[in-house]
Design a binder for this molecule. Structure first.
Ligand code: ADP
Ligand code: ZN
Length: 761
């Protein structure tokens, strides 16, 4: 432990002159603080607190001129520092962080190259990172009588306020201000100004109980489990009952009954006095999913990112007190303070959203395996399309693979038809959005009173506005991306920074008129489908129409009750939905993710097609899937249509091996971002050179630095560097040590360190 750097103490010597130092307290605490330095800080424990300060309690400590909340990680009787400052306050009577979570966060720090304090910070509910708890949240709503006039006034001069006011008018109800600001990528100053003018309301309210806390979807317990379910369950129960734990990959096609296996396994864990944590992607955390667990078990705690701090804290404490023995939640639920953990399920384990997007950039799948290992629990990674990482871990024997290759319904995998849109007749605008085959099947589906899902993984009306004269696209002023046209709000929107502008009348590059919309987003699909199916009841589900959780739940409820015939949406509708009357799924453009500059583009495309296809034919009625594409021969599309996961995995693994990309090796990415291009270049080059030298004798390869695929975002220049490392823990540790020491040595700009990145943008 590097005790030499202890700013807590150093600051003190600056102003504490005069009176003789007090006699030393006999007890010192190591405190982890949310700082990017790889050390704990030493503080002395006041005598009156000595009996109560133990590892895992939170304390408030002076740090420089401020006061911070930290977690005590260890105690010592001696201290070699000349001066130490004293703990200012003890915040808990009992340790808030268990020995298990202390060990786990320490592991996260090592694995993901961040400090222990940063890892702890990620694990604790926000309310526990402050000295005082707040139960209130600010909700915003539009003031009565405010509308078009006010909008018009803001239109030109105040684009941010315009965006906020327009969205509030759209929503029509209340929304938590923090949530709104996050979605619009705005600070709350726009809200404050609008509030001062009396145009919007801001109210402080007690956090409501979360709706997911009460949802209960009856899911009849199957009379008996199917053979494949029994077989999987037996393999999973054995290490649970023996108390040895283990890590499994449950590879089951959509509708094969994985959820029932989880439920039965958890039932067994509870009988044995053990608890369970179930992680699902945020987007699949619907009342439907949560309800299944709640209907089967008493006292399920739900944790998700849209809860208020107070709700989250309440859940955390319920788990800590042992009142809830099953936790269902998104990524962060993995850190629920569950005692005697028996089972961890990571459903849809291939989902990129299990990777945290800010420091510490942990992957919940990997942390789940580690937490299960240390608790002797059974970890189940479930998916219809496992990540190549898990697939190859299973081949190497690190995970035990269990297969459930058949659907419960007995229909077998629904037939997938590939339609080559290049061979469709063209209209005035070029290729039509809907193939003849899709339109025919849609008409038949509606005729029979069944439901359809149309998937297009892009928002807005058209993703690109293009000039036929100079062949340029209209781009964001602040980001290196094309602007998307959103028809309903009549604006071009940057999907990177949320900035909006009215459509230019002529090309901003060459000033010629006649800009053209290229491509189609979900908004356009919705509008066009209404033209071809005028009597159908259509609803769109994407982040433009689903601002609030209530919107999402209302739409899914209406769809479930049969009040909607066609659901159009982005990846929001790709997972978790289980509606037996959906018999047609149309994937409008399967290629949209295929050509992205990311080595996982093919894998994502394969997963997306398989997931979306899995929404059809889940009940008694057979389903059909139409995949429209311009690359019908691409393996990701061809093999997804053939339901050939293994074929795809083998093919893809071979390509990755040639390039030494995961799962063949591992990656560490460093990213620099700053308004000053020079700073970004200098820092990245300095670190790149240092790293190359340090890793000269290792098997790791340094690529770059080079501009990131999105080279500028919000006026900040972005450069990155990749290190490719063979699958070898010793090499990995060497690289991480080198990365950390070089990153610290960089001139001024600190790099973001991303171990095992899932996105390279
Ligand atoms: P997955 O999670 O693999 O997509 P689910 O567990 O949701 O699959 O099961 C798919 C459907 O089959 C659900 O509607 C579920 O109620 C039903 N089901 C699951 N297991 C059985 C069973 N043993 N007997 C009858 N129906 C079942
Ligand atoms: Zn932008």
């Amino acid at each position: 432990m590097a005790r030499a750097s202890n700013p807590g103490a150093r600051e003190l010597t600056l102003f504490e002159v005069g009176p003789a130092p007090k006699p030393r307290a006999a007890l010192y605490a190591e405190v982890a603080l949310n700082r990017p330095v790889d050390t704990q800080f030493t503080y002395s424990v006041p005598a009156e607190l000595a009996a109560r300060v133990v590892p895992g309690v939170r304390v408030a400590v002076p740090f420089g001129a401020e006061r911070e909340v930290g977690v005590v990680t260890a105690l010592a009787r001696e201290c070699e520092l000349a001066r130490v400052r004293e703990i200012a306050a003890l915040l808990d009577d009992e340790p808030m962080v268990s020995a298990e979570l202390l060990a786990l966060t320490r592991w996260i720090g090592r694995r993901y190259a961040c400090s222990w304090g940063e890892a702890l910070h990620a694990v604790l509910p926000a309310a526990l990172k402050r000295e005082r708890e707040t139960a209130k949240v600010v909700v915003a709503s539009i003031a009565p009588g405010i509308g078009a006039t006010e909008l018009a006034e803001l239109e030109e001069a105040q684009p941010k306020q315009h965006r906020m006011l327009r969205t509030l008018i759209d929503i029509g109800g209340r929304i938590e201000l923090r949530d709104l600001c996050r979605q619009l990528n705005l600070s709350d100053s726009a809200a404050r100004t609008l509030h001062k003018r009396g145009w919007i309301r801001l109210e402080k309210v007690e956090a409501d109980a979360d709706e997911l806390e009460t949802s209960r979807t009856a899911r009849p317990r199957p009379e008996r489990l199917h053979e494949s379910q029994v077989a999987a369950l037996e393999r999973l129960r054995e290490p649970l009952e023996r108390g040895t734990g283990g890590a499994f990959l449950l590879h089951g096609v959509t509708g094969s009954g994985k959820t029932e296996v989880y439920l039965a396994l958890i039932e067994r864990a509870l009988e044995l006095g053990r608890g369970a944590i179930v992680l699902v992607p945020e987007i699949a955390l619907t009342p439907q999913t949560v309800g299944w667990f709640r209907a089967r078990f008493e006292n399920v705690a739900v944790l998700h990112s849209r809860m208020t701090d107070a709700q989250r804290l309440r859940m955390w404490k319920r788990v800590q007190r042992g009142e809830a023995r099953v936790v269902v939640g998104a990524r962060s639920a993995l850190f629920a303070p569950m005692d005697k953990l028996g089972v961890i399920v990571v459903d849809e384990e291939h989902e990129p959203s299990f990777k945290q997007g800010s420091t510490p950039r942990y992957h919940a799948r990997d942390v789940a395996i580690e937490r299960a290992r240390s608790a002797n629990a059974v970890c189940v990674l479930g998916s219809a399309t496992p990540s190549l990482e898990s697939w190859s871990a299973a081949r190497a024997g690190a995970l035990v693979r269990l297969s459930m290759p058949k659907r419960i319904s007995g229909h077998g995998a629904p037939p997938v038809e590939i339609v080559d849109v290049r061979s469709e007749p063209t209209g005035a605008q070029g290729h039509k959005l809907f193939s003849r085959r899709l339109l025919l099947l849609l008409a038949e589906t509606l005729e029979r009173g069944e439901q359809a899902i149309l998937f297009q993984n892009r928002r807005g009306f058209a993703p690109v506005l293009w000039c036929p004269g100079c062949k340029e696209t209209v781009r964001c002023r602040r980001c290196d991306v094309a602007l998307a046209w959103h028809q309903r709000i009549s604006r071009l929107v940057c999907h990177s920074c949320c900035d909006e502008v009215p459509a230019p009348k002529s090309c901003p590059t060459c000033t010629r008129p006649g800009l053209r919309f290229i491509g189609a987003g979900s908004e356009r699909i919705e509008l066009e489908i209404a033209k071809v199916a005028p009597t159908a009841r259509i609803r769109r589900m994407d982040s433009d129409t689903m601002r609030r959780r209530e919107d999402y739940e209302e739409t899914l409820g209406a769809f479930g009750r049969g009040e909607i015939d066609v659901l159009v949406g982005t990846q929001m509708i790709a997972k978790g939905l289980d509606f037996p009357r959906v018999t047609l799924v149309g994937i409008i453009s399967a290629d949209s993710a295929l050509h992205l500059p990311d080595f996982r583009a093919a894998e994502r495309t394969f997963q997306l097609i398989s997931q979306v296809a899995g929404r059809a034919g889940r009940g008694e009625l057979p389903g059909r899937i139409v995949v429209q594409t311009m690359s019908p021969q691409h393996p990701a599309i061809r093999l997804a249509a053939a339901h050939d996961y293994d074929g795809f995995a083998l093919h893809e693994a071979e390509l990755r091996a040639e390039l030494a990309y995961p799962p063949h090796g591992r990656l560490v990415r460093l990213l620099w971002e700053d308004a000053s291009e020079k700073l970004v270049v200098d820092s990245s080059v300095a670190v790149g050179d240092a790293l190359r030298e340090k890793l000269l004798d290792s098997a790791a390869v340094v690529l770059g630095p080079a501009p990131a695929p999105i080279a500028i975002a919000r006026d900040r220049h972005r450069r990155h560097l990749l290190v490719k490392i063979p699958l070898d823990d010793a090499q990995m540790q060497l690289v991480l040590d080198a990365v950390r020491s070089s990153a610290d040595a960089a001139p001024k700009l600190r790099a973001v360190i991303d171990v095992d990145p899932v996105s390279l943008f």
